[in-house]
Write a protein of this length. Structure first.
Length: 283
């Protein structure tokens, strides 16, 4: 059975960088959408906890969900994903769009036997700069990363959301011919280094913003200082580990998948900074 049209969609991690853009984008298309969240009353129809499979059953059945945008938790591994997929199938979900940073969901979605499935693999989020680097850019006019001068084709989460909307709302025939069984690497239009990022921020915000390339321990110390946001050292260390993908240049390659799917170029960094400029407005 194919997904209904229009679909009834569950978005997991709906308060994260991608989810907070995707839910309103689907609503703008008048698509029925539920934003699954863990920190809500357990009897709410939006309660969804990956570690509580009963909550997954209830959320799907209560809302008659047939399509899921599935952002896999960082802690998820194959065995946990298989159990989750089984619940989705039991509740009649037929279309799944998977997104993950630490596992490759496409083969698992195929093995689970979903009628319609695909996966997206976004590059480094522009939204990192108005999330974990917001305070230091706003208050210190600088940011630090463990990225040397390696180039990255940053992508705006608004573009990720727009791609997800296209995949979730495509009629079954179009989906099967264009998207089914495929993984789409998503990037922005330009591969730039962090010095370029600082120049864009300086130009758009009208003040000098600088980039500090740091090594691992220096980075952890920088991110844990109160004036830079006061991130816990454990969290900062976990983020430092993510930078291994940049150090090994896994994030360098650009693709044209956003253009192919949406029929337009992805947003560039200047557009992102203009759109969120108030986030870095100095007090």
């Amino acid at each position: 059975m194919a997904a209904s049209f229009p679909p009834r969609v569950l978005v997991t991690a709906s308060r994260g960088n991608v989810g907070r853009e995707l839910v309103p984008a689907l609503q703008a298309r008048r698509v029925f959408v539920v934003g699954g969240v863990r920190h809500v009353a357990k009897d709410a129809n939006t309660y969804f906890d990956f570690e509580d499979l009963d909550s997954v059953h209830r959320c799907l059945s209560t809302n008659s969900i047939d399509s899921v945008f599935l952002i896999y938790p960082e802690s998820f591994r194959e065995a946990a994903a298989q159990k989750l997929h089984e619940v989705l199938k039991q509740e009649g979900v037929t279309r799944v769009i998977g997104m993950a940073g630490y596992i490759q969901p496409l083969d698992m979605l195929k093995e689970a036997g979903f009628t319609e499935y695909s996966a997206i693999a976004p590059n480094w989020f522009m939204q990192n700069y108005n999330q974990m680097y917001k305070v230091c850019i706003r208050d210190q006019s600088c940011f630090a990363e463990q990225a040397a001068s390696i180039r990255t084709p940053f992508i705006d989460c608004r573009d990720i959301a727009d791609v997800a909307v296209a995949l979730l709302t495509a009629p079954s025939g179009d989906f099967m011919s264009s998207y089914h069984g495929r993984n789409f690497d998503l990037t922005g239009p330009d591969a730039i280094d962090r010095h370029d990022v600082a120049r864009v921020f300086s130009s758009v915000l009208g003040r000098q913003v600088t980039y500090k390339p740091l090594e691992r321990e220096e980075y952890i110390d920088f991110m844990s200082r109160p004036e830079n946001g006061g991130m816990g050292k454990e969290e900062a260390a976990a983020i430092a580990d993510v930078y291994n993908s940049i150090g090994e240049e896994w994030t360098v390659t650009k693709t044209d998948n956003v253009q192919k799917i949406l029929g337009r170029k992805p947003r560039d960094l200047a557009d992102f900074v203009h759109h969120y400029a108030d986030d870095w407005k100095q007090k």
